[in-house]
Design a protein. Structure first.
Ligand code: GLA
Length: 397
């Protein structure tokens, strides 16, 4: 799909194409640092070149119309009505949630600028695969609607709006990682982010001779009905026990390994103990892995990826048969130096660091063995790391 085709689709949908502008927001892959974001810890994601495009034109009707080239359902809402989550609006609840948050942040005066718009979306991120298709649609909507309204808001503001829309409107209690990576991504860079202070740094992804391969288990999962919120609650329970010993600790991301050694026995419940242990050690792993990458030690980086998967499997228990099978089969391929699940887990995708010359063998062997064991066909994406949300200026793109 290029911009010309997207404009054509916009015209088919809305009957005109004057004033159309095109926006893009990527999906993301998290290289390491899983289930640490809502604990105020570190994450290390990067933006993909897969994503969501939005062809959008302003109107003065005070009406917002959202349509998609991927899904049949559409939604129309006016700025004067109360914006409510409606099951039948399906995917369009994401743009509605973003619009609601934008209007709220704009306040009475700013809201005047939001006169209406028509938006046609097209996306190529597999849904429910853990590559942040929802954050992608949130960010592309925030960017498009704010630009069309000439409402000045920094990208970090749109990142927070996306997360709030997801938390308050859609009802998934996610952390900030996905929206951050999708909004702030930079070509050929990953980002190490501390999720409570939002301090971050770009790290060049110099992996010459290697490829990042994303493998989709093709086991569908929905975050909302997963055990995601349960894990969050378990972390909070663990945190409150630790805080009785270490009152200055604000979140699990603050707890060092040395402190953990001192206080871990206060957590008597075995499940809570394992959840917290994962978070604290994963947090340390992010920093160690980032350093490996900067030192160009891809073997050590890959080793950290594998440790992360094992911890998510044994301590955090969010992998499951399909992701564990992918992990085992990928680990058997000699040219695969690192592999792990990415995203929330419970299905979705893994990410592997594979020597360029071994990519074909990797795909072949993993596909064969994974299918034999699970009865599912995996899909591979040899991925490029791209930019965060932006307006697309060139017609050929
Ligand atoms: C999902 C959430 C993120 C993060 C990951 C797990 O992708 O949206 O906020 O919690 O799971 O690391």
């Amino acid at each position: 799909m290029n911009a010309i085709q997207l404009r054509q689709l916009f015209r088919d949908q809305f009957g005109y194409e004057e004033g159309v502008r095109i926006f893009f927001a990527p999906g993301r892959v998290n290289l390491i640092g899983e289930h640490t974001d809502y604990n105020g810890g570190y994450v290390f994601p990067a933006a993909l070149t897969y994503g969501t495009w939005a062809a959008a034109a302003p109107s003065t009707s005070r009406m917002y119309r959202f349509a998609s080239a991927n899904f049949p359902s559409t939604a129309t809402c006016t700025v004067t009505e109360e914006l409510l989550y409606r099951e039948e609006d399906d995917w369009a609840n994401y743009p509605k949630g973003v619009l609601k948050e934008l209007l709220q942040i704009a306040g009475l005066e700013g809201a005047e600028k939001f006169m209406g718009a028509d938006v046609l979306y097209y996306g190529n991120i597999p849904n429910g695969a853990g590559l942040s298709s929802s954050a992608s649609i949130e960010l592309v909507t925030g960017l498009a609607l704010s630009k069309l309204a000439d409402f000045d808001i920094p990208m970090m503001g749109l990142v927070e709006i996306g997360q709030k829309a997801e938390n308050r409107f859609v009802g998934v209690n996610c952390g900030i990682m996905d929206q951050f990576a999708v909004g702030m991504g930079r070509e050929n860079h990953a980002m190490v982010l501390k999720c409570d202070t939002l301090k971050f740094r770009y790290v060049p992804l110099e992996i010459d001779g290697y490829k990042l391969v994303i493998t989709n288990t093709n086991k569908r999962r929905g975050l909302a009905d997963s055990k995601y919120n349960e894990r969050r609650a378990q972390c909070e329970e663990g945190l409150s026990i630790i805080q009785q010993q270490l009152p200055l600790v604000r979140n699990l991301g603050d707890v060092s390994l040395a402190e953990w050694e001192k206080v871990h026995h206060y957590i008597e419940d075995d499940v809570i103990h394992r959840r917290v242990e994962h978070v604290i050690k994963e947090n340390e792993r992010v920093l160690a892995a980032t350093k490996c990458l900067q030192d160009n030690d891809l073997y050590e980086f890959g080793a950290r990826m594998k440790q992360s998967h094992i911890s998510l499997r044994d301590l955090y228990e969010v992998t499951g048969f399909e992701l564990d099978t992918l992990f085992e089969e990928a680990s058997k391929v000699e040219g695969c130096v690192g592999t792990r699940m990415t995203g929330a887990g419970f299905g979705g995708c893994s990410v592997s660091l594979v020597k360029e010359e071994a990519v074909d063998e990797f795909k072949e062997k993993v596909a064969k063995n994974y299918s034999e064991k699970t009865g599912l066909e995996p899909i591979f994406y040899v991925c490029e790391i791209g930019d965060g949300a932006k307006e697309i200026m060139y017609m050929g793109e």
